[in-house]
Write a protein that binds this ligand. Structure first.
Ligand code: ANZ
Ligand code: ZN
Length: 822
C-alpha cells in the first residue's frame, strides 16, 4: 500500500484472498503429530445468497480458526452445503428451473460471497451433499443399518393432498389445507422407513453429562426433555363382562402407562386414543352413534400437531373397566389428547392431580376425588378447585393413605409386580426417526421391492436420481418417472421396482462433519480415512443457530454412535463444545425477508469492505447475544480501520517486535504498554477459557483503547511495539488489512504467537476515580504503594468543595475508585 493512497478495501482484500488461495494457506496439514483443532460452523442450505446470520456464524468460527492457526495448531476449518431439500423443488415448480441447476448455481454464488469475506475455509474439502459420491456413502451406511435392524419399515399417517396425490410436509399444510391447491388435507397411512434412534435413547441421554459446561445448558436441557426419560408402571384395566361381550371378546383389557401410580385411587375414567384398536371394533360393529363417529373421524384426520393445538375433546364410549384395586366400575372415553404413539395409547385419568385430566373432567362434568394432599397446604391447589400435581401425602387411598407419594409409588408398584398385574418400565418420549420423504431432490433410499423376495437392498451404489424429471407438485416425481423405478431383482431376476422415497435431508447433515476429515484425494476410495477421522474428530468447537438445538444435534450424535458401532471409528460424541450464536436483529426484530428489514452482506462489503463487515459483527455484541444491526456502528468500525492506517507512518519499520527499555519510559508510555498487553492478555484469555463464550467484542474494545493510548504517548518504539501487537490481535477479525500492514511495516508473511509481557502490568502509579454519591468529581494519581487510608485522605482534599454534608460511608475499590456517600 502506498502512503499517499487512501484506504481501498477492494484492492487489498482481493490481493490477500488471492495470496491465501495460491499459498493454500488454510489447508490443514497431514502431519498428525501436530496438535489439532477442528473448528466448524454449521453448513448452510444453498438458498441463494448468504445473509447476515451466516456472516455472523462464519466470522465467529473464522476468528477462532485464525487464532489457533496462528498459535501453531493444525486447523481443520471446512465449509460445504446441505444441498438437498424441498426449496429446490419449490423453485422448480414455481420457476421451471431444474432443482439441480438451482442448487448448483446457488452454491456457486454463496461460495463466492463467502470467499469475498476472506473466511479461512479449506477450499479443498468442500462438501455438496447432493453429489452422487456423497449419496453413495450415505446409501452404504443405510444398508449397513438395514442389515443390523437399525432401519425398519412401518405404516404411519402422513398428510396427504387428495387432489395433488402427494404427501405434504407439515409446513405445506396451512389451516388444514394444501398449500398449492387448498384441498382439505387428509391423513393417509403409508409405509415409511424409520431409523431406530430409540435403541440409543439411554446413551444419548447419559452422554449429555459429558458435555456439561461445554454446551449451552439450555441446549442440554432441550435434548434431555426431547429424549424424555420417565419411569412408571404399566398395567391393565380389565373390561367388565358386558363390555367384553360387546367387543365379542376381541379385547379383554386396556393397558395403561402411568408415572403416577400413587394417584391410582383417584382415577375417574380410562381415556384411549382415537386410533386405539377398541375404536376400530366399535366402528366395525356399529356400536357408536353418529355424533361420536363424526367427532372421532374428525380427530383421526388431524395431525398430532393440530391435536395439540386444539381444545380437548372427547366422547364417552358404551364400555366400562374395573379398577384393579378398588374394584369400582369406571367409564371409558376417547379423546384427542391421548396419543397412540406414546405408551400404550391409553391412560388412567386422574383429574385431581393432572392438568390435562382436570381440564377434560371439568369440560365433561366427570367426578373426581383428591388422593394426594399437599404436604405444605400453602399452594392453594387442593385437587378440587385446581389440580395438585406435585407429590404429597396420600389420602382416600385405603391402606396406602398416609404414605408419601414416593413410598406409595414403590409399594403400589410392588403390589402389581408381585401379583403379576403390572410392571415397572422406563419410558422415553423419543420416537424412532422417520426418514422417508416422497420427494425428488434427496438421497434415494437404496432398496428394491421384489414380488418374490420382498424388500432387498440395492447392489450397485450409488443409486442416483434421474435428471429428466417433471416436477409439478403433483404426485411423487420418482414414482411418476416412466422408467427409473423399474429394475430386476438380483436374487431371483424377477421384475422388481425401486423404492421411490428419498431420505430426510437431516440424514446428510448427520455425518457431513465426519466426511470433512477425509482429504479430497481420498474421498473416492472411502467415506472416511480412518487416520484423519480419528485425528481430527471430535469437533473442538461447533458454531450454529439455536434452531438446531434439538433435531440436528441429536441426529448427528446418533449417527456418530451408529458409525462407531459399525466400526468406522472409536469416539462417542461428535462435538466437544457448542456455541449457539445470537440472532441478527434490525430495529429490534429478526432480520428476515418476510419483515423486509434485510441488510445484504454484499452491499456492506461493496461499500466498506469485508474487514469492516467482519469487525462490526464481532464488535457489536458477544457471539451468544442478539446483535442489533446499526449503520452508525458499521461506519464506526470503518473509521477505526482508517485511523489505524493513518497512524502507520509513526511505525519504525522493522522485522522484529522492538525491545523496550522500560526504566526509561514516562507515565503515558507505561499506560500505553499496559493497555496493549491488556488487550493481548484478554485475547489469550478467550482461548485459555478464562473468558466464556468468545467475547471478541471485549478484545476489540481493548484494541481500540490501546490504539488511542499508544497514539497519545510520545515514544515511537512503544508505538511500534503496540502497533505490531495490535495487528497480531486484529488478524482474526480484520485479516486483510492486518496482513497488508504487517507485510508492509514488519515484512511479516506469517503471524506468530506472541507472549504477554508481564512487566507491562507493573504500574508505578494508580489512577483513582473520586466520586460523591456515585457521581464522578475528580481523578487522582498516586504511587502504587499508597495505603488505603492515604488514598482516602487524598481523595477528600480533592473533592472538598462538594463535601457539603457529613460523610455517611466511604467506599474504596482497590486500584479503581473512592466513593463518598453523603
Ligand atoms: C396418571 C397420572 C396422574 C399421570 C397424574 C400424570 C399425573 P411422562 O412423564 O411425560 O412420561 N400418558 C401416558 N400415555 C399417554 C398417551 N398415550 N397420551 C397422552 N398422555 C399419556 O408422562 C407420563 C404420563 O402421561 C402418564 O402418567 C399419563 O398420565 C400420561 F397425577 O397417568 B399419568
Ligand atoms: Zn426376487
Amino acid at each position: 500500500m502506498n502512503d499517499t493512497q487512501s484506504y481501498n478495501p477492494k484492492t487489498i482484500e482481493s490481493k490477500w484472498q488471492k495470496i491465501w488461495t495460491d499459498t493454500k494457506a488454510f489447508e490443514p496439514s497431514n502431519d498428525f503429530s501436530k496438535p489439532k483443532k477442528y473448528i466448524l460452523s454449521m453448513f448452510p442450505y444453498p438458498s441463494g445468497a448468504i445473509h447476515m446470520g451466516h456472516v455472523r456464524n462464519y466470522c465467529i468460527g473464522d476468528a477462532i480458526a485464525r487464532y489457533y492457526r496462528m498459535y501453531g495448531y493444525n486447523v481443520l476449518h471446512p465449509i460445504g452445503f446441505d444441498a438437498f431439500g424441498m426449496p429446490a423443488e419449490n423453485a422448480a415448480i414455481k420457476n421451471h428451473i431444474h432443482p439441480k441447476d438451482w442448487t448448483y448455481s446457488n452454491m456457486k454464488t454463496m461460495l463466492q460471497e463467502m470467499f469475498s469475506l476472506g473466511l479461512s475455509f479449506s477450499n479443498k474439502r468442500v462438501i455438496e451433499t447432493c453429489d452422487p459420491l456423497y449419496s453413495k456413502y450415505e446409501q452404504e451406511f443405510f444398508i449397513k443399518m438395514w442389515k443390523r435392524n437399525l432401519v425398519y419399515r412401518k405404516k404411519a399417517l402422513l398428510n396427504w393432498c387428495p387432489k395433488d396425490l402427494t404427501v405434504l410436509a407439515n409446513e405445506q399444510v396451512i389451516d388444514g389445507k394444501c398449500w398449492r391447491c387448498e384441498s382439505e388435507v387428509i391423513q393417509k397411512e403409508m409405509y415409511q422407513y424409520y431409523l431406530k434412534i430409540t435403541d440409543y435413547a439411554e446413551e444419548l441421554l447419559q452422554d449429555l453429562d459429558s458435555l456439561e459446561g461445554e454446551w449451552p445448558s439450555q441446549v442440554l436441557s432441550m435434548q434431555r426433555n426431547w429424549i424424555g426419560k420417565s419411569q412408571g408402571l404399566e398395567f391393565d384395566f380389565l373390561l367388565d363382562k358386558q363390555s367384553q361381550e360387546m367387543l365379542e371378546h376381541k379385547v379383554a383389557s386396556i393397558n395403561v402407562y402411568t408415572t403416577r401410580c400413587d394417584t391410582i385411587y383417584g382415577v375417574s375414567c380410562c381415556i384411549i386414543a382415537p386410533e386405539h384398536q377398541i375404536i376400530d371394533i366399535l366402528l366395525d360393529k356399529k356400536l357408536l352413534d353418529s355424533t361420536s363417529i363424526q367427532i372421532i373421524t374428525k380427530i383421526r384426520n388431524q395431525s398430532e400437531r393440530e391435536r395439540a393445538q386444539a381444545q380437548k375433546e372427547g366422547v364417552a364410549l358404551p364400555l366400562h373397566v374395573i379398577h384393579p384395586l378398588s374394584g369400582k366400575k369406571l367409564p371409558i372415553w376417547v379423546s384427542n389428547f391421548i396419543l397412540m404413539s406414546y405408551g400404550s395409547g391409553a391412560i388412567m385419568s386422574v383429574p385431581s392431580h393432572d392438568e390435562r385430566d382436570f381440564e377434560f373432567a371439568k369440560k365433561y362434568h366427570l367426578n373426581f376425588l383428591p388422593v394426594v394432599a399437599p404436604d405444605d397446604k400453602e399452594s392453594g391447589n387442593d385437587g378440587i378447585n385446581a389440580p395438585y400435581t406435585a407429590d404429597g401425602i396420600l389420602c382416600n387411598s385405603e391402606e396406602y393413605s398416609g404414605l408419601t407419594s414416593a413410598q406409595a409409588r414403590e409399594q403400589i408398584s410392588l403390589f402389581f409386580e408381585r401379583n403379576n398385574k403390572g410392571k415397572r418400565i422406563t419410558h422415553y418420549k423419543l420416537r424412532d426417526w422417520g426418514i422417508s420423504r416422497q420427494r425428488y431432490w434427496g438421497t434415494p433410499i437404496p432398496l428394491i421391492h421384489c414380488p418374490n423376495c420382498g424388500v432387498l437392498e440395492e447392489i450397485a451404489l450409488p443409486v442416483t436420481l434421474p435428471e429428466d424429471i417433471q416436477i409439478t407438485g403433483e404426485g411423487n416425481p420418482l414414482d411418476k418417472h416412466p422408467t427409473w423405478k423399474y429394475t430386476k431383482c438380483h436374487q431371483c431376476k424377477a421384475n422388481a421396482v425401486r423404492e421411490t422415497d428419498t431420505m430426510d435431508t437431516f440424514v446428510e447433515s448427520s455425518w457431513y462433519f465426519l466426511h470433512y476429515t477425509t482429504p479430497q484425494e481420498l474421498r473416492d476410495k472411502n467415506a472416511f480415512d480412518t487416520q484423519s477421522l480419528q485425528y481430527f474428530m471430535p469437533v473442538n468447537q461447533y458454531i450454529g443457530g439455536i434452531e438446531h438445538a434439538i433435531l440436528h444435534l441429536l441426529y448427528a450424535r446418533f449417527f456418530t454412535k451408529v458409525l462407531r458401532d459399525l466400526q468406522y471409528h472409536s469416539f462417542d460424541e461428535p462435538f466437544s463444545a457448542l456455541l449457539t450464536q445470537g440472532m441478527v436483529l434490525k430495529q429490534g426484530a429478526k432480520m428476515s425477508k418476510s419483515l423486509g428489514n434485510v441488510v445484504e452482506p454484499k452491499h456492506i462489503i461493496e461499500s466498506y469492505g469485508a474487514d469492516t463487515a467482519r469487525l462490526f459483527t464481532l464488535f457489536a455484541a458477544p457471539p451468544t447475544y442478539a446483535l442489533e444491526w446499526n449503520d452508525e456502528g458499521v461506519r464506526g468500525c470503518y473509521k477505526f480501520i482508517n485511523r489505524l492506517i493513518d497512524r502507520k507512518t509513526r511505525v519504525k519499520k522493522s522485522k522484529e517486535i522492538p525491545q523496550i527499555d522500560i526504566e526509561a519510559l514516562n507515565k503515558d508510555s507505561k499506560i500505553a504498554r499496559y493497555k496493549i498487553y491488556d488487550a493481548l492478555q484478554k485475547y489469550h484469555n478467550i482461548f485459555d477459557k478464562k473468558l466464556d463464550g468468545y467475547p471478541f467484542n471485549v478484545v476489540i474494545a481493548a484494541c481500540m483503547e490501546a490504539h488511542n493510548a499508544i497514539s497519545a504517548q510520545d515514544n515511537d518504539m512503544v508505538f511500534t511495539e503496540g502497533y505490531y501487537i495490535l495487528l497480531h490481535i486484529l488478524e482474526g477479525f480484520i485479516p486483510h488489512i492486518a496482513s497488508e500492514l504487517s507485510q508492509e511495516l514488519f515484512a511479516l508473511t506469517n503471524f506468530r504467537p506472541l507472549k504477554v509481557d508481564s512487566q507491562a502490568f507493573i504500574q508505578d502509579e494508580i489512577t483513582y476515580v473520586v466520586s460523591i454519591n456515585g457521581k464522578k468529581r475528580a481523578q487522582i494519581s498516586l504511587p502504587a504503594e499508597t495505603s488505603k487510608e492515604e488514598v482516602i485522605a487524598h481523595a477528600k482534599t480533592n473533592v472538598q468543595k462538594w463535601l457539603t454534608h457529613e460523610i455517611k460511608k466511604e467506599v474504596f475499590v482497590p486500584k479503581k475508585l473512592v466513593n463518598f456517600v453523603l
